[in-house]
Design a protein around this ligand. Structure first.
Ligand SMILES: Cc1ncc(COP(=O)(O)O)c(C=O)c1O
Length: 372
């Protein structure tokens, strides 16, 4: 068996290569390399795909979170709640505007933000410095948005959905990212809908928020050379938009193939002592990652699979409250037990759409062998 990577983008590109080449050529011929026509076209397509009011193309998913926070009025010194068990960028974006990340624990079943943990934090915030919450739709399934929105209304919080890993997933029939005040999307190449470089998008149903986002992403320009606010260079490249516009047509079929692979794994692992992903009834799962939970240290399985030529990963080995860069927030080991436990137990295995049946069997077989 050849080596199996976490993702083989070449296999995804091959069947649509001609379409992609033509789209890239068009952008080169147009010379509108930044915020060109294809950016507007792709924004319109995403807006329609998500049934959202507005979609604003930006430089990457991290900037999408940052700009969304600014657009909804979060300021330097405000506190923003997010899970500690997520990719760095969720909290990094908060800190980048001088706001203060406030970490919450996760639900051990879904790995998404724990509602109890959030409520505990909000009750303690008697000075009402917490102004927003960022639920992360981790691995590709949605956090319980109705409950989060109810809490947000009670405490007057803005809600930014970190939809970096869940673009295309649905919460009770609505697309991830369209329920909060904003949804921040990443089109990092390894995402289910990936660009050929960095790209991102903010989705919102508010016209005034969309207008602010368009100014913020483009140096605070309202009209050229007239800067109404302190903005950033966070614009989307036209080549990325043109590529993503082509790929968006295939996204649902790719997500379906991931779901098929996940279902196959679920069946394979029924008879062994390993926890397969739990998907609550309120959300679909697009399996950006297919994550197993072990009863032993996850590194052991990672090493076992590596020796067999199978790439597997730990998302994430160290929760954010224990990261050196967030030491200034004064959290300690033991503060978020479910996140700390998950970091030692979870293993993501390849689930990308183009995996062959023999590869799925080889991966599942190797894991079963390890567990014996
Ligand atoms: C949960 C989460 N948030 C934010 C980001 C940041 O996205 P980007 O890499 O496009 O800046 C990522 C991407 O890896 C992510 O997984």
């Amino acid at each position: 068996m050849n080596k199996i990577p976490m993702l083989d983008i070449k296999k995804q590109i091959a069947p649509i290569r001609q379409e992609l080449d033509a789209a890239i050529k068009n952008v080169i011929d147009s010379t509108g390399f930044i915020l060109g026509e294809e950016v507007r076209n792709f924004e319109n397509d995403v807006q329609a795909y998500c049934n959202a009011g507005y979609a604003v193309g930006v430089s990457n998913g991290t900037d999408a979170i940052k700009l969304a926070l600014l657009a909804v009025g979060i300021e330097c010194g405000d506190k923003v709640v997010c899970p500690t068990f997520t990719y760095y960028a969720t909290a990094g974006a908060i800190a980048s505007i001088g706001a203060i990340p406030v970490f919450a624990d996760i639900d051990p079943e879904t790995y998404n933000i724990s509602i109890e943990s959030v409520e505990k934090i909000l009750k303690k915030d008697t000075k009402r410095r917490i102004k927003a919450i960022i639920p992360v739709h981790l691995y590709g399934q949605c956090a319980d948005m109705d409950v989060i929105m109810r809490i947000a209304r009670k405490y007057n919080l803005k809600v930014i959905e970190d939809t970096a890993q869940a673009f295309g997933a649905q919460y009770k029939g609505r697309k991830a990212g369209t329920i909060g005040h904003c949804g921040a999307v990443s089109f990092f190449p390894a995402k289910n809908l990936g660009a050929f470089g960095d790209a991102g998008m903010v989705i919102t149903n508010s016209k005034s928020t969309a207008d602010k986002l368009k100014i913020l992403r483009n140096q605070g320009n309202r009209d050229r050379y007239y800067h109404s606010v302190l903005g950033y260079n966070n614009r989307m490249d036209t080549i990325q938009a043109a590529i993503l516009k082509i790929k968006l047509k295939y996204l649902d079929s790719w997500n379906k193939a991931r779901q098929g692979n996940a279902e196959y794994y679920n069946q394979q692992f029924k008879s062994v002592d390993i926890k397969t992903p739990f998907v609550p009834g309120y959300t679909t799962h697009i399996y950006q990652q297919y994550v197993l939970r072990l009863n032993c240290h996850n590194v052991k399985l990672i090493e076992y699979l590596k020796a067999k030529g199978i790439d597997a990963r730990i998302f994430y080995p160290l929760p954010l409250h224990l990261q050196k860069c967030f030491k200034y927030l004064n959290y300690e080991k033991g503060d978020f037990p479910e996140s700390e436990k998950a970091a030692l137990r979870v293993v993501a295995i390849p689930v990308y759409p183009d995996l062959a049946r023999e590869e799925l069997d080889y991966i599942a077989g190797s894991i079963k062998e390890f567990l014996q």
